[in-house]
Structures are given as C-alpha cells and as structure tokens.
Design a protein around this ligand. Structure first.
Ligand code: MCN
Length: 800
C-alpha cells in the first residue's frame, strides 16, 4: 500500500535540476542567429517629445532597425486595460512605444534591433530626443490635491478611479461609539526585484506561419491571446512558453509589456529569432511597481474595545497608467477589516496617477498596506483604551460558528461579497501567545529595562482572500511505454514547487511514485486553458482541477485493470505503479500495461504491449475498436471553478530589542502561526512562508523607491535600493494550523503571499512596545529607517 503523499514533506521534484544549474531561463534558449533588442527609454518624467531622430542610431553598422511608434502600424495602439471596473472613470494605458509625450522615467521610446547586444546598446545611445518638459508632482497626497500638475491633461485631479463601498451602517456605528481612534499610515513604493529580470525571445516560422515566444511571464495563456489578437493570428499559430522563471512575485502577471510586442514584431519582420533581456537598472524603471498607499483609518469602539465601525479612506498610487485596473486597491479595501467581526465598514479609495512607473500587483497585492492600517489602528485602540493588544483582538474575532461570514456590499476581486469561509482565529492567537510565552516575556521586558535594554513584543493578525477564479484546468495522462504520468496545467511556476505538489495529488489517486509524475506548465503548445499564477491560487484552483482529473484517470485505470484481471473494479487497488486485486498477493498489471491495453493501436516497441495483450480481449493485432464515447489511453482533463475566494489567515509575532541610540534592531524571535487549510506539502508551505517573511522584512526595513521631485528614480540599483540579506532574516518559527476550506475538494487555502503580509506591522508593533518607556509616538510609516524611528521618539518629546 503506498503511503499518502498529500500532506507529506516530499522533496521537490524540480530541485535536482535547478540546484545543479540546469534550469532553463529565457536567456538560455539556444536561438541560432538571434538578433538582439534594446530599448531607448525616457529620462524625464513628463514631457512632450519635440524631436525624435533615430537616423544616427539606424546608421550604425550592425543595426537592422530602430523602431519608433511610427513603425508599428496597427500595433501603435493603447495596450488593454486588463481588468476593467465601472469605477474607473479615467482609465489610461500606454502605447508600446511613446508617441509624442512621455509620462514617466523609463517609458520606452524606441527599440533597436541589432546583430548583438553591444551594437544595440551603442545604437540606443545615438538616438536623439528633445523634450519640452512639463511640471510634475510625485508626492501622492499632493498629486491628488486640486491644482496639482496633471499626468494626463484630460484626467481631472489625476484621479483614475474612485470607489466607495459600505457594508452596514457606519454613521450609526460611529454615533454610538464610546471611543473613536484614528491614524494615518503610509507604505512606500517598492519593486518585487526578482532575480531574473523580464525577458522575451521570439521566433517566427515563415513556413508554418507560427510565432513562438519564450517569455518570463506568469500568464502565458493570456499573453498568447494578446499576441494572437495584436498580430491578427489564429491562437493556434502562437505558442508562448514560460520556461523556468527566476522569480515573479506579481509584476510578471502583467502583459503585454512593450518587449512582448516589439520582440515578436521584429522576429516576424526579419525572419530571424530576436531576443531582449532586461538588465537590472532597466528593471527598476520598467517592470511595474507597487505598495504606495496612504490610509486614513478610524475605528469606532465601545469602551470594552468592541469595534463597531471602521472607516478607511485611502489613496492608491497607480503610477502613470492603470493597466491592471483597481485590483491592488480593491484587494486592500476588502482585507481592511482583517479577522474582526466589525459589522459596519466604509472604505473608499482613489487611484491616483503620478508620473512614475505603472503599478500592478506585487506579492501581497495591497494586503500588506491594509494589514498595516488595520493592525496599527488596533494597537492604538488597545493603547488608548488601556487594553492588552492581544485581548482587544480576541474580543473582536469572527468566531468559528459564525462562518461563512459575509461582509455584504464589500465586493472582492472575484466580483462577490467578501465571505470568510472557515477559521479558528482565537486558537491561532492563543498558539502565538503560548509560543512567545507572553507572561514570561513581560517579566523579561521589565528586567531588561532595568538594565537599560529595550525589548518589545509585536504582533499582527492577517487574513487573505486566496484562490481566486474564474477557473483552472488539469490534464493527466499515463504514458503507455513508461507508465509515467504527465500532468499539465495552464499555470507557470516561478519557484513555488508546482512540479512536486501536483505530483503528490496525482500520486495519491494513481498510486505512482511522486517522481514518476511529470508536471509541465507554462507552455501553451501543451495545454492552453487557464489563467495564470497569481493571488495564491495554484494550490486551490489548479490543485483541485488536477485532483479532479486524477480521480477520472483513476477510474479509467481501475475499470481497465478490472477488465484485464477479470476482477470487480471495487476490488482493484492502485499502488507502487501497479493495479492489482486487493489481498490477492498477485502482482497485477503495471500502469504502462494498462495504458497500452487501453490503446487499440499498440506500439510494436512497447515492452508493456507484450504483457498487456495477454490480458486484453484483443481479437485483432491492433486491438479492439474503440467503443462509442471511449477514448484511447488513460487520459483525463477536468476543471475547477471556485465558488468564491477562500480565506487563509495567520498571526505573526516577534520579540525585538531596540538600541535607543542607533535604532539598530535585533529580532530575538519571530513566530508565525498560519492556516492555509490542508497542506499539500508542509515543507513547501514553510519555504513559501520563509520567503514571504524575507520579502516582508524588506518592506519593513528597506524597500523604498526614492523618486526625486523631478520624477527621477534615484536608487535604481541594488547599491542603493536595499533588499535584506540572509543574515538579516530571522529564523522563522512556524506553527501550522489546518482548518480545511469547505469550498474545494482538498480543503486547501493559498499560502504563496501570506508570509509577506503582516511583517511590517509585527516589527512596528514590537518596536513601539520596546520604546514605550521613551514615549515613542505611534509608528505610522514603513520602511522603518533609524532616522524615521528617531523622529517618532523626538515627536513624542516635542508634543510635551
Ligand atoms: N501549498 C501547499 N498547501 C497549501 C497551499 C499551498 O502545499 N494548502 C503549496 C502549493 O501547492 C504551491 C505553494 O505552496 O506549491 C504556493 O501555493 P499557492 O498559495 O497556491 O500560490 P501559487 O502557487 O499560486 O503562487 C503564487 C504566489 C504569489 S501570488 C506570488 S506573488 C509568489 C508566491 O506565490 N511569487 C513567488 N510565491 C513565490 N515563490 C517563489 N519562489 N517565487 C515567486 O515569484
């Protein structure tokens, strides 16, 4: 009997290859005779282009062409607004190459195609551009004020979209409250900084009329659709392959970037492969950003700390364009009440244009900001009411018997009201308190203070709507020669371990070893139904689809084996790559033999065929005709469409020590209690959380894209834009809690973004607790630089 693989700590199928340097990224695809592309980009934030002369560049030996918007023909069009919403009154998206105006530093103006990268880079420097600069306002708050310079002349107030959602009756809740607390919090603009920057290569086949594009995308099927439409090709004539992708973290879900249009265009024009590989400094000013939001949040509570109402008004910086619609802001707005019952919620946001790189989701997608807002407000409410920070949270939790818990009129990204499906919030909080031994800590804190050391304990409770639809598919096929099982989905993987977890799911149904299940994703030539990897949805949506397809394949195997073994299907067991009659002690047949016998046309070279024919009732050498409605082989496809998002959650806590002179922070302990429903592979889940926490540490301490007042990005390099080293990431102690989701067959919730969400608040809360004796003012901003912390300490002094 095979052991169950779902829930096991199975080593990752993909690691052997990746760790040995055998990964294949776009730049590794061998493309003989490939041309190389380089973009010329705007170095001013907002300007009219008064002169664009590419003649010197085009004349450089080795240059095949320099494209400007005038060369694009029908492609000289605004790129799509991928997720429309009725509240987007002034949706603006960009052209592949700027026309007569640029809107941010980094916007593509021209594309050079040359025999190699060196020539292309040199040529890009020879492009002559003259600008008539226009005034800019980079500051988000000021950009939304009347009279601010406009990013788009026809967009009043720089407001792309405004949405107000009210669940319950907020005015009455505030009128009834004993206490109202308000706080303004600010999260800075950041970038996902994947190890592999963006990359596209393309080949046009004159003979077949097919376009093949290799692209480090999170959404190959969507990109395939876009390219087919842009180039007026049948979808089957376009194949998009996302090979190994060196991290995505969100921005690679956006398409089409200019490179995804220009590289295929040049490949078609020159009948030669074309490649474009983004470099790091370019990535800073080209790949989309996220995070800058300012929340003005208020809580109305009873004197016992029961929160009756929440009002949040926030500004969301969408950069110069809004290609992904209101997704980030909407996700933030729907997570604003966290795990708390809060029956009355009013949340309003404005998406504001600024002359900066456009914004699309980055791991967490608005949730880190929303979490920072609500949890900072909860800490402050506790402090003002003289309540313990743990206790105030406990008093407000949605209770287990209240699930499903709906927030009417708070419409999530799936177009449905927020409905938390299941959870044990209080149990999670208790687990954290036990792990941190909160009472013992208080004694330690006091003792440390007496020695002049400042210890603090912080926490943050997050919820996360995961596993968004609309659907994904799974395809399972048993190979007749080897008996190996091939699995396809419409997703891509950027390091999440899909090749292992989907194999585990299939292994349980078909009784094959995990390493004998080969998962192929990210190739529209292999499987082309689905959406992509984002919103921590692969496990929930594709995992369920793969499971359903595997159940169908299992039935096919059992029926065929029962036929071959002349047994009752109910007595057939699948294990160790074989089907046999339970308890018979007989070997039975291998999956390869079954798959072979299920195919009327046997392969002469298939060893399995020899044995299979002994069992199959074959009258003819090429097998019996297919019965009506039957199909050859063991193969099944199925789909899963979640009824709505499933809500994962968790609570993180940390004990930190703060040096009150330098504001150096030591994290003594970092504990994460989380619940992503049933875990397919706890080891992979832990890896996801650890990676997420590391990214969250970046957000808490370092990540800030520094635009100067003219709109130039001053820290567009890893010399100046800091991300944490391994040495700065604490050991993360993890406590798993598994409350199954009732919404999908495996009871799964997502986890890929979870670790990132609460970290900034945990650290802010802990530092505030540590520096309480210095009367530090509430921490309202991240990242937390020493100078910022110093300003909060002096602010308290100044107020006196
Ligand atoms: N998993 C599990 N049990 C669960 C839930 C998840 O074993 N109950 C496993 C999954 O099977 C999968 C992994 O954990 O192998 C993450 O699953 P899921 O939460 O479904 O997230 P996705 O696979 O959809 O990945 C997307 C998510 C997002 S949105 C970002 S951004 C992100 C992330 O995952 N980017 C990543 N994790 C990343 N990890 C790496 N290494 N690189 C990125 O770019």
């Amino acid at each position: 009997m095979s052991t169950r693989q779902f829930g096991a700590r199975v080593q990752r199928n993909e690691d052997d290859r990746l760790i040995r340097g055998k990964g294949r990224y776009v730049d590794d695809i061998p493309l003989e005779g490939a041309l190389h592309g380089v973009f010329a980009r705007s170095n001013v934030a907002h300007a009219k282009i008064t002169r664009l002369d590419v003649s010197r560049a085009a004349a450089l030996p080795g240059v095949l062409k320099v494209y400007t918007h005038e060369d694009l023909g029908s492609l000289d069009m605004k790129m799509p607004l991928l997720i429309p919403h009725p509240c987007i009154t002034h949706g603006r998206t960009q052209y592949p190459l700027a026309r007569d105006e640029v809107f941010y530093v980094g916007q593509a103006i021209a594309f050079v195609v040359a025999v190699d990268r060196y020539v292309a880079e040199d040529a890009a420097l020879l492009i002559d551009v003259e600008y008539e600069t226009l005034p800019v306002e980079i500051d988000l708050r000021r950009a939304a004020e009347p009279g601010a310079p406009l990013v788009h002349a026809d967009v009043p107030g720089n407001i792309a979209a405004n949405l107000v959602q009210e669940s319950g009756d907020v005015a009455s809740a505030f009128a009834k409250a004993d206490h109202i607390t308000s706080i303004t919090v600010h999260c800075e603009r950041s970038t996902a900084a994947p190890m592999e920057c963006l990359a596209t290569a393309a080949r046009w086949d004159e003979v077949s009329g097919e376009l093949t594009v290799w692209d480090g995308t999170q959404a190959p099927i969507g990109l395939r659709g876009a390219l087919a439409s842009l180039f007026d090709l049948d979808e089957h004539a376009v194949r998009v392959i996302a090979p190994d992708v060196g991290g995505g973290f969100g921005p690679k879900i956006h398409f089409p970037y200019a490179n995804e249009v220009l590289v295929p265009l040049a490949a078609r024009e020159f009948g030669r492969p074309v490649k474009w590989i983004e470099d790091r400094s370019e990535n800073f000013v080209h790949m989309t950003h996220e995070r800058l939001q300012i929340h003005d949040i208020e809580l109305a509570a009873t004197r016992d700390g029961i929160v009756l109402g929440l009002r949040d008004r926030f500004l969301h910086d969408t950069g110069a364009f809004i290609p992904y619609g209101i997704a980030v802001a909407q996700v933030a707005s729907c997570q604003i009440a966290g795990p708390y019952r809060i029956p009355n919620i009013l949340v309003e946001f404005s998406c504001v244009y600024t002359p900066t790189v456009p914004v699309t989701p980055y791991r967490g997608c608005g949730r880190p900001q929303a979490n920072f807002a609500i949890e900072r407000a909860m800490d402050q409410l506790a402090d003002e009411l003289g309540l313990d920070r743990f206790e105030i949270r406990r008093r407000n939790f949605i209770q287990p018997e209240e699930f499903p818990y709906t927030r009417p009129n708070l419409i999530f990204a799936d177009g449905l009201p927020v409905t938390h499906d299941s959870g044990e919030y209080e149990q999670a909080l208790r687990a954290l308190m036990d792990a941190l031994d909160v009472d013992a800590f208080k004694a330690d804190q006091q003792a440390a203070l007496e020695q002049g050391r400042y210890l603090g304990l912080g926490l943050s409770f997050y919820v996360e709507g995961t596993g968004l639809g609309p659907y994904e598919g799974g395809h399972v096929r048993v190979h007749p020669i080897t008996g190996k099982v091939f699995v396809n989905t419409g997703l891509t993987t950027q390091g999440q371990g899909h090749a292992t977890v989907f194999a585990q799911i299939v292994s349980d149904q078909l009784g094959v070893a995990v390493e004998d299940v080969i998962v192929v994703e990210g190739d529209t030539g292999v499987y082309d139904w689905g959406v992509g990897t984002f919103a921590s949805r692969a496990a929930v949506v594709s995992g369920s689809a793969v499971h359903k397809a595997a159940v169908l394949a299992r039935k096919q195997l059992i029926d065929a084996a029962a036929n071959m073994l002349e047994a009752n299907p109910d007595d057939i067991e699948l294990s160790d790559g074989r089907a046999f009659v339970a308890g018979s002690g007989v070997d039975g047949v291998t999956l390869a033999e079954i798959a072979t016998a299920s195919n009327p046309l046997r392969y002469a070279f298939n060893k399995a065929a020899e044995r299979a024919t002994q069992f199959a009732p074959a009258a003819r050498s090429d097998g019996p005709p297919l019965a009506e409605g039957a199909h050859p082989g063991i193969e099944a496809t199925d789909y899963y469409a979640p009824p709505h998002a499933t809500w994962a959650y968790g609570v993180h806590g940390a004990i930190v020590e703060v040096d009150p002179m330098t504001y150096g922070i030591k994290i003594h302990r970092y504990v994460c209690v989380h619940d992503c429903g049933n875990m397919i592979n706890p080891m992979i889940v832990e890896g996801q959380i650890a990676g997420g926490v590391a990214q969250g540490m970046g957000g808490a301490f370092y990540e800030k894209l520094e635009y100067d007042e003219d709109g130039a990005l001053r820290n567009a390099s890893f010399m100046d834009f800091l991300i944490p080293y391994a040495t700065e990431i604490p050991h993360v102690e993890m406590i798993h809690q598994e409350t199954p989701s009732p919404l999908n067959p495996l009871g799964i919730k997502g986890v890929g973004e979870a670790g990132t969400i609460p970290v900034a608040q945990v650290i802010a809360s802990a530092i505030e607790d540590a520096l309480r004796p210095l009367e530090i003012a509430p921490i309202r901003k991240v990242p937390l630089s020493p100078s910022l912390l110093h300003s909060y300490v002096t602010e308290a002094g100044l107020r006196k």
